[in-house]
Design a protein around this ligand. Structure first.
Ligand SMILES: [Zn+2]
Length: 408
């Protein structure tokens, strides 16, 4: 039994505790509380730190890590997508090239240095990041992302999905890292493919699923009119589906009409969502994952952070990949959200970075708050002596040098 003392304990579930303590036994939290003035119980003194749960980075693409600082910011999302598609077409083989592999290793180290305990990772190769995450100290879900817009009329979606489920079944068994399926986005996944993916996910024991949605204005234009920059791009790369007709509705309504949106779905980005869209997501119990620094870099624009929180939808946070984000530091993402929407309470942002992400990924029994019974995957963040509003301090920009793991 080990007792840790800190100037602040931030349990997320409940108010921050000044002069707090956390008791840990066998890697699990036993109890927590506030030290009274006459409390002489011995413990490990952590000093001027905020002890809090390890963070949840709910949206990454670790396989893109080798593109760090390689893809310049774009003025529109489709302009950015063209750069990425070109880069990926000349890309080193993800399974064989040491540049890709080394960059994934470096990114996993960086996630840990940034205080990340749980990750929502999108993969296009399935095995590489799954194996590496399974061997790391991180927990999380690896979403195997499926893409296919121009699949042909005779495409056998049930067969494609059956094969995908068998491939997932071939992964090594580990409780710490789970695998699931994700649809990429409305402009890259045919409607029948969306339906088949949903059917396959519903067959699996509880794992979440994921989709990029309402990320950019060109996506909205495509679904409304059937034309615009996405159509041009898809034609240019030979992926346009001539049989596809525009649904004439927004991205959220489009997927909801296909019954794709429910409480196991992580809906990533939402830059273009209206309050009505957010209300629908809230009703369905989906979790919105915001990645504002990536949205700025890709030309997608500024997400309506205040609307997200005012709608009551569950909000989690992701950094997105190192192709569009300067680092994998969720604290930096929180600071950006705080700057964009200063009236959103700091406590709500911290919940998004911890319990909301953990719940969406299905890891809230062990992660996301400091509560008896949960894993002691706790971080200690340096705070200045005499800090009075610790939540405000934590949302104002924490760099990795201030973070250490309470138990390694
Ligand atoms: Zn993404």
């Amino acid at each position: 039994m080990i007792r840790y003392h800190a100037s602040w304990v931030v349990p997320i579930e409940g108010e921050p505790i000044k002069d707090g303590w956390v008791m840990v036994n066998g890697g699990r939290i036993v109890a927590l509380g506030r030290r009274a003035a006459n409390d002489t119980t011995k413990g490990i003194e952590l000093g001027d730190v905020a002890v809090m749960p390890g963070l949840v980075n709910a949206h990454t693409h670790l396989e893109f890590s080798y593109m760090r600082d390689q893809v310049p910011p774009a003025s529109s999302f489709t302009a950015w997508a063209r750069q990425i598609i070109n880069e990926r077409r000349n890309a080193p083989h993800p399974l064989k090239d040491p540049r890709v592999i080394d960059a994934i290793d470096g990114a996993i180290d960086e996630l840990l240095r940034c205080g990340t305990a749980v990750v929502g990772e999108i993969t296009n190769t399935l095995f590489v990041t799954f194996d590496k995450l399974a061997k790391s100290a991180l927990a999380g879900v690896v979403f195997w992302e499926l893409i296919g817009f121009n699949m042909g009329e005779d495409a056998d979606f049930d067969k494609i999905l059956q094969q995908a489920l068998e491939d997932l079944g071939d992964l090594p068994r580990t409780e710490k890292v789970r695998a699931s399926l994700a649809a990429h986005a409305p402009y890259s996944v045919a409607p029948l493919f969306f339906r088949a993916i949903k059917k396959a996910v519903d067959k699996m024991p509880f794992v979440p699923s994921s989709v990029h949605l309402a990320e950019n204005s060109e996506e909205v234009e495509l679904l409304k009119t059937g034309a615009g920059p996405w159509q041009t791009l898809m034609k240019d790369i030979g992926s346009w589906n001539h049989a596809w007709t525009a649904p004439g509705v927004g991205p959220v309504q489009y997927l909801d009409n296909m019954k794709f949106i429910d409480d196991r779905l992580l809906v990533v980005h939402g830059v273009q969502m209206s309050p009505d869209d957010l209300e629908l997501l809230r009703e369905r119990g989906a979790t919105l994952v915001t990645c504002p620094r990536s949205n700025a870099h890709t030309g997608a624009g500024v997400p309506p952070i205040l609307d997200f929180y005012q709608s009551g939808v569950r909000v989690a946070i992701g950094t997105d990949s190192l192709a569009s984000s300067p680092d994998l530091n969720v604290f930096a993402e929180i600071a950006t959200m705080h700057a964009l929407a200063p009236s959103v309470p700091a406590a709500a942002l911290l919940e998004s970075a911890t319990i909301q992400g953990a719940r969406a990924l299905g890891f809230d029994a062990d992660y996301g708050t400091i509560e008896p019974g949960k894993l002691a995957r706790l971080i200690a963040v340096d705070v200045p002596p005499g800090t009075s509003d610790v939540e405000e301090y934590l949302v104002s920009g924490i760099h990795p040098g201030q973070i250490r793991w309470v138990q390694s």
